[in-house]
Design a protein around this ligand. Structure first.
Ligand SMILES: N[C@@H](CCC(=O)N[C@@H](CS)C(=O)NCC(=O)O)C(=O)O
Length: 245
Protein backbone atom coordinates (compact mmCIF):
# COMPACT_ATOMS: atom_id res chain seq x y z
CA UNK A 1 0.00 0.00 0.00
CA UNK A 2 1.25 3.50 -0.88
CA UNK A 3 2.49 5.78 1.90
CA UNK A 4 -0.19 8.06 3.31
CA UNK A 5 0.67 11.54 4.54
CA UNK A 6 -1.73 14.13 5.93
CA UNK A 7 -0.66 17.78 5.94
CA UNK A 8 -2.76 19.30 8.67
CA UNK A 9 -2.97 21.51 11.74
CA UNK A 10 -3.98 20.04 15.12
CA UNK A 11 -6.82 22.47 15.95
CA UNK A 12 -8.19 22.93 12.43
CA UNK A 13 -11.74 21.66 12.21
CA UNK A 14 -11.28 20.40 8.65
CA UNK A 15 -8.11 18.55 9.67
CA UNK A 16 -10.03 16.91 12.51
CA UNK A 17 -12.72 15.74 10.08
CA UNK A 18 -10.07 14.17 7.84
CA UNK A 19 -8.30 12.57 10.81
CA UNK A 20 -11.61 11.11 12.06
CA UNK A 21 -12.23 9.50 8.66
CA UNK A 22 -8.70 8.07 8.60
CA UNK A 23 -9.09 6.77 12.17
CA UNK A 24 -12.51 5.21 11.50
CA UNK A 25 -11.06 3.40 8.48
CA UNK A 26 -8.05 2.25 10.52
CA UNK A 27 -5.57 3.80 8.09
CA UNK A 28 -1.99 4.06 9.21
CA UNK A 29 -0.55 7.40 8.09
CA UNK A 30 1.95 10.08 8.98
CA UNK A 31 1.13 13.68 9.76
CA UNK A 32 3.00 16.80 8.83
CA UNK A 33 1.88 19.91 10.67
CA UNK A 34 1.44 23.00 8.54
CA UNK A 35 1.57 25.92 10.96
CA UNK A 36 -1.37 28.02 9.76
CA UNK A 37 -1.34 30.25 12.85
CA UNK A 38 2.19 31.47 13.64
CA UNK A 39 4.60 30.89 10.76
CA UNK A 40 1.84 30.73 8.11
CA UNK A 41 3.46 27.85 6.33
CA UNK A 42 0.31 27.44 4.22
CA UNK A 43 1.59 30.28 2.00
CA UNK A 44 4.99 28.69 1.39
CA UNK A 45 5.40 28.05 -2.33
CA UNK A 46 6.00 24.31 -1.83
CA UNK A 47 2.68 23.99 0.02
CA UNK A 48 0.69 26.17 -2.41
CA UNK A 49 1.99 23.88 -5.15
CA UNK A 50 0.16 21.04 -3.35
CA UNK A 51 -2.91 22.98 -2.23
CA UNK A 52 -3.67 25.94 -4.49
CA UNK A 53 -6.06 27.46 -1.91
CA UNK A 54 -3.31 27.39 0.77
CA UNK A 55 -5.49 25.67 3.36
CA UNK A 56 -5.28 22.48 5.39
CA UNK A 57 -5.80 19.58 5.16
CA UNK A 58 -4.10 18.05 2.14
CA UNK A 59 -3.82 14.29 1.78
CA UNK A 60 -1.10 12.49 -0.13
CA UNK A 61 -1.60 8.84 -1.03
CA UNK A 62 1.58 7.80 -2.83
CA UNK A 63 1.84 10.33 -5.66
CA UNK A 64 -1.82 11.32 -5.50
CA UNK A 65 -2.59 14.67 -3.88
CA UNK A 66 -6.13 15.29 -2.63
CA UNK A 67 -7.42 18.64 -1.39
CA UNK A 68 -10.77 19.85 -0.03
CA UNK A 69 -12.02 18.03 3.04
CA UNK A 70 -15.13 16.59 1.42
CA UNK A 71 -13.00 15.10 -1.39
CA UNK A 72 -10.44 13.89 1.12
CA UNK A 73 -12.87 11.95 3.31
CA UNK A 74 -14.57 10.39 0.28
CA UNK A 75 -11.19 9.35 -1.11
CA UNK A 76 -10.23 7.88 2.27
CA UNK A 77 -13.44 5.87 2.30
CA UNK A 78 -12.92 4.60 -1.25
CA UNK A 79 -9.18 3.94 -1.09
CA UNK A 80 -8.90 1.88 2.06
CA UNK A 81 -10.31 -1.28 3.58
CA UNK A 82 -12.28 -1.00 6.76
CA UNK A 83 -15.91 -0.21 7.44
CA UNK A 84 -17.77 1.62 4.66
CA UNK A 85 -18.41 5.21 5.72
CA UNK A 86 -21.17 5.84 3.17
CA UNK A 87 -24.79 5.26 4.15
CA UNK A 88 -27.54 4.14 1.71
CA UNK A 89 -29.03 7.66 1.71
CA UNK A 90 -25.85 9.22 0.33
CA UNK A 91 -27.67 12.43 -0.66
CA UNK A 92 -28.75 13.03 2.92
CA UNK A 93 -25.22 12.40 4.14
CA UNK A 94 -23.78 14.73 1.52
CA UNK A 95 -26.31 17.49 2.33
CA UNK A 96 -25.47 17.32 6.00
CA UNK A 97 -21.74 17.45 5.30
CA UNK A 98 -22.18 20.49 3.03
CA UNK A 99 -24.32 22.19 5.66
CA UNK A 100 -21.79 21.55 8.43
CA UNK A 101 -18.94 22.70 6.20
CA UNK A 102 -20.88 25.81 5.17
CA UNK A 103 -21.17 27.28 8.67
CA UNK A 104 -19.08 30.36 9.46
CA UNK A 105 -16.77 28.98 12.14
CA UNK A 106 -14.83 32.27 12.26
CA UNK A 107 -17.93 34.08 13.50
CA UNK A 108 -18.37 31.51 16.28
CA UNK A 109 -14.74 31.97 17.27
CA UNK A 110 -14.46 35.75 17.15
CA UNK A 111 -17.93 37.13 17.88
CA UNK A 112 -17.22 37.21 21.61
CA UNK A 113 -13.89 39.04 21.58
CA UNK A 114 -14.90 42.27 19.82
CA UNK A 115 -13.90 45.76 20.90
CA UNK A 116 -16.53 48.45 21.62
CA UNK A 117 -16.72 49.27 17.88
CA UNK A 118 -17.14 45.57 16.99
CA UNK A 119 -13.59 45.08 15.72
CA UNK A 120 -11.68 41.86 16.23
CA UNK A 121 -8.00 42.67 16.93
CA UNK A 122 -7.10 39.17 15.74
CA UNK A 123 -8.79 39.67 12.39
CA UNK A 124 -7.20 43.12 11.97
CA UNK A 125 -3.81 41.53 12.70
CA UNK A 126 -4.59 38.80 10.21
CA UNK A 127 -5.27 41.42 7.53
CA UNK A 128 -1.87 42.96 8.25
CA UNK A 129 -0.26 39.59 8.06
CA UNK A 130 -1.91 38.81 4.72
CA UNK A 131 -0.71 42.17 3.38
CA UNK A 132 2.83 41.29 4.50
CA UNK A 133 2.52 37.86 2.87
CA UNK A 134 1.45 39.60 -0.35
CA UNK A 135 4.70 41.59 -0.32
CA UNK A 136 6.72 38.50 0.47
CA UNK A 137 5.03 36.23 -2.10
CA UNK A 138 4.07 38.34 -5.13
CA UNK A 139 3.89 35.08 -7.07
CA UNK A 140 0.72 34.29 -5.06
CA UNK A 141 -0.86 37.73 -5.59
CA UNK A 142 -4.18 36.34 -6.84
CA UNK A 143 -4.58 33.98 -3.88
CA UNK A 144 -3.49 36.53 -1.29
CA UNK A 145 -5.64 39.34 -2.71
CA UNK A 146 -8.66 37.09 -2.55
CA UNK A 147 -7.75 36.18 1.06
CA UNK A 148 -7.45 39.89 1.88
CA UNK A 149 -10.86 40.47 0.35
CA UNK A 150 -12.24 37.56 2.43
CA UNK A 151 -10.71 39.12 5.53
CA UNK A 152 -12.36 42.47 4.73
CA UNK A 153 -15.71 40.73 4.24
CA UNK A 154 -15.27 38.94 7.55
CA UNK A 155 -14.55 42.23 9.35
CA UNK A 156 -17.72 43.68 7.83
CA UNK A 157 -19.74 40.70 9.10
CA UNK A 158 -18.37 41.14 12.62
CA UNK A 159 -19.28 44.85 12.56
CA UNK A 160 -22.89 43.96 11.80
CA UNK A 161 -24.61 42.47 14.86
CA UNK A 162 -27.56 41.28 12.75
CA UNK A 163 -25.27 39.39 10.41
CA UNK A 164 -23.43 37.79 13.32
CA UNK A 165 -26.78 36.75 14.78
CA UNK A 166 -27.84 35.28 11.41
CA UNK A 167 -24.71 33.08 11.38
CA UNK A 168 -25.32 32.02 14.97
CA UNK A 169 -28.92 31.18 14.03
CA UNK A 170 -27.69 29.02 11.10
CA UNK A 171 -25.57 27.13 13.60
CA UNK A 172 -28.44 26.71 16.06
CA UNK A 173 -30.63 25.50 13.18
CA UNK A 174 -28.05 22.86 12.37
CA UNK A 175 -27.97 21.79 16.02
CA UNK A 176 -31.79 21.51 15.93
CA UNK A 177 -31.59 19.43 12.75
CA UNK A 178 -29.05 17.10 14.36
CA UNK A 179 -31.27 16.71 17.43
CA UNK A 180 -34.18 15.68 15.18
CA UNK A 181 -32.01 13.31 13.10
CA UNK A 182 -30.73 11.64 16.25
CA UNK A 183 -34.21 11.00 17.68
CA UNK A 184 -34.48 7.62 15.93
CA UNK A 185 -30.88 6.80 15.13
CA UNK A 186 -27.48 6.61 16.79
CA UNK A 187 -25.87 8.35 13.81
CA UNK A 188 -26.64 11.59 12.04
CA UNK A 189 -27.25 10.35 8.47
CA UNK A 190 -28.51 6.80 8.87
CA UNK A 191 -28.21 3.61 10.86
CA UNK A 192 -24.44 3.35 10.76
CA UNK A 193 -21.44 5.62 11.27
CA UNK A 194 -20.75 7.67 8.15
CA UNK A 195 -18.62 10.53 6.87
CA UNK A 196 -21.34 12.87 8.13
CA UNK A 197 -20.53 11.69 11.66
CA UNK A 198 -16.87 12.69 11.14
CA UNK A 199 -18.16 16.17 10.26
CA UNK A 200 -20.79 16.36 13.02
CA UNK A 201 -18.31 15.20 15.67
CA UNK A 202 -15.71 17.81 14.74
CA UNK A 203 -18.40 20.52 14.51
CA UNK A 204 -19.93 19.69 17.91
CA UNK A 205 -16.46 19.65 19.47
CA UNK A 206 -15.88 23.11 17.97
CA UNK A 207 -19.21 24.40 19.32
CA UNK A 208 -18.29 22.94 22.70
CA UNK A 209 -14.89 24.64 22.57
CA UNK A 210 -16.58 28.02 22.16
CA UNK A 211 -19.08 27.38 24.98
CA UNK A 212 -22.02 26.68 22.67
CA UNK A 213 -22.62 23.30 24.31
CA UNK A 214 -25.09 25.37 26.35
CA UNK A 215 -27.35 24.77 23.34
CA UNK A 216 -27.66 21.06 24.15
CA UNK A 217 -26.52 20.50 27.74
CA UNK A 218 -28.76 20.50 30.86
CA UNK A 219 -31.37 18.38 29.12
CA UNK A 220 -31.96 20.88 26.31
CA UNK A 221 -31.10 18.46 23.53
CA UNK A 222 -30.79 14.98 25.01
CA UNK A 223 -30.18 13.25 21.67
CA UNK A 224 -27.17 15.43 20.92
CA UNK A 225 -25.85 14.98 24.44
CA UNK A 226 -26.09 11.17 24.09
CA UNK A 227 -24.57 11.24 20.60
CA UNK A 228 -21.69 13.52 21.61
CA UNK A 229 -20.83 11.25 24.56
CA UNK A 230 -20.94 8.22 22.25
CA UNK A 231 -18.66 9.90 19.68
CA UNK A 232 -16.21 10.82 22.45
CA UNK A 233 -16.16 7.20 23.58
CA UNK A 234 -15.19 5.90 20.13
CA UNK A 235 -11.47 5.07 19.68
CA UNK A 236 -11.41 7.50 16.72
CA UNK A 237 -11.96 10.50 19.05
CA UNK A 238 -8.55 10.22 20.68
CA UNK A 239 -6.84 8.68 17.64
CA UNK A 240 -7.88 11.74 15.62
CA UNK A 241 -6.93 14.17 18.38
CA UNK A 242 -10.30 15.92 18.38
CA UNK A 243 -9.90 19.27 20.11
CA UNK A 244 -12.69 20.17 22.48
CA UNK A 245 -11.05 22.46 25.01
N1 LIG B 1 -12.75 24.15 1.63
C1 LIG B 1 -11.54 23.84 2.34
C2 LIG B 1 -11.46 24.70 3.58
C3 LIG B 1 -10.23 24.40 4.38
C4 LIG B 1 -9.96 25.47 5.41
O1 LIG B 1 -10.59 26.54 5.44
N2 LIG B 1 -8.99 25.20 6.26
C5 LIG B 1 -8.61 26.14 7.28
C6 LIG B 1 -8.43 25.41 8.60
S1 LIG B 1 -9.93 24.59 9.10
C7 LIG B 1 -7.26 26.75 6.90
O2 LIG B 1 -6.41 26.08 6.40
N3 LIG B 1 -7.07 28.03 7.19
C8 LIG B 1 -5.83 28.68 6.94
C9 LIG B 1 -6.02 30.05 6.40
O3 LIG B 1 -7.17 30.46 6.29
O4 LIG B 1 -5.05 30.69 6.07
C10 LIG B 1 -11.54 22.37 2.72
O5 LIG B 1 -12.63 21.82 2.88
O6 LIG B 1 -10.48 21.76 2.83
Amino acid sequence: MADVLLYDYPGSICSQMARLALAEKGVSYTRQTIDIMKTHEQFEPWYVALNAKAVVPTLRIGDEIITDTINIVHRVDAAFDGPALIVPDAARMQDLMARIMGLHYGVLLYCDGLTHDRTSPTIVARGELLAAQLKQHPEHAKLLKSRLEGNRRFQAILKDADEVEAHLQNTRDLVDALETALAHSDFVAGDSYSLADCFATAALARFHKHGFDIWWEDGLKPNIHRYYMAMKARPSWSAAGVVEG
